[in-house]
Ligand binder design. Structure first.
Ligand code: SAH
Length: 248
């Protein structure tokens, strides 16, 4: 008898932001493969009896390599177990969820995906920033900071005029800021970095585009979502001085 793999989006961190489907999948799981940014409390709340395999990166430790995670999940499913892969945010937003789906399908293991609330939208919202607002931004573009945009792409982004939402971008912010300035984005464009969004110790730091080059956000640590665009002025941090940090 083959088990199943369910790829579950766990939302941005606050366990209240799990979906009903996520809670149901957790409640019937035999084993939960837990990501670093997945809401840990969700397992205690909804899967207290399940075995937990923590495959997330911890300071000083390496994350379990992607292929090993996939192989371990497939091996468990082949033993007949109901495997839940609990991921942060949405599995298909910069989360390698589709790679895991493909691996399971290639192995002939039934696999299901439960979408989650992505940090790309929910973390700005937790700081009061709407990623779109009529008359200000008609769309938003989600970027990974791991893959720096080319000059051509930066030009296109600036011309598009949508809100930019950068994930995994703390290490490369000065380069991104310089690139956007080169491409013609206004130096006064507001920027907000929201650290540990939806957690009790969430922090918001604001700057403008020019400030990214002078280290205004140097104290910000991962995980953080960076929002670049006029919608930042609508947020709860809008009255802050550049570089000022607040705990919300
Ligand atoms: N699939 C996830 C994103 C995975 S990439 C999703 O849809 O949300 C990991 C990045 O997400 C982090 O580096 C950070 O930029 C962002 N992130 C996830 N949770 C966060 C949180 N609670 N607060 C701030 N940033 C978060």
């Amino acid at each position: 008898m083959t088990g199943t793999i369910t790829l579950v989006g766990g939302g941005p961190g606050d366990p209240e932001l799990l979906t009903v489907a996520a809670c149901r999948a957790l409640a019937t799981a035999d084993v939960v493969f837990l990501d670093k940014l997945a809401p840990q409390q969700a397992v205690a709340d909804w899967a207290p009896g399940a075995e937990v395999v923590d495959v997330g990166k911890r300071p000083g430790h390496h994350a379990v390599p992607q292929q090993q995670i996939e192989q371990q999940m497939i091996a468990r499913a082949r033993r007949g177990q109901r495997v839940v892969r609990l991921k942060g945010g949405d599995p298909f937003v910069l989360g390698r969820g589709h790679e895991e789906l493909q691996a399971a399908e290639a192995a002939g293991v039934p696999v299901r995906v439960i979408p989650g609330i992505s940090s790309a939208v929910a973390v700005p919202a937790a700081a009061g920033i709407p990623v779109t607002h009529r008359g200000i931004a008609h769309g938003y573009t989600v970027l990974s900071g791991h893959v720096p945009p080319t000059d051509e792409q930066l030009d296109a982004l600036v011309r598009l005029g949508s809100t930019l939402v950068v994930l995994m971008g703390i290490g490369t912010l000065p380069q991104l800021g310089a690139g956007l300035l080169r491409a013609g984005m206004a130096a006064t464009t507001p920027v907000a970095a929201v650290e540990r969004g939806t957690a009790p110790d969430q922090q918001v730091t604001t700057s403008d585009l020019a400030g990214l080059l002078t280290g205004a956000l140097h104290a910000v640590r991962s995980p953080a979502v960076v929002v670049i665009g006029e919608v930042v002025r609508l947020g709860d941090a809008s009255r802050l001085e550049a570089g000022h940090r607040v705990a919300s």
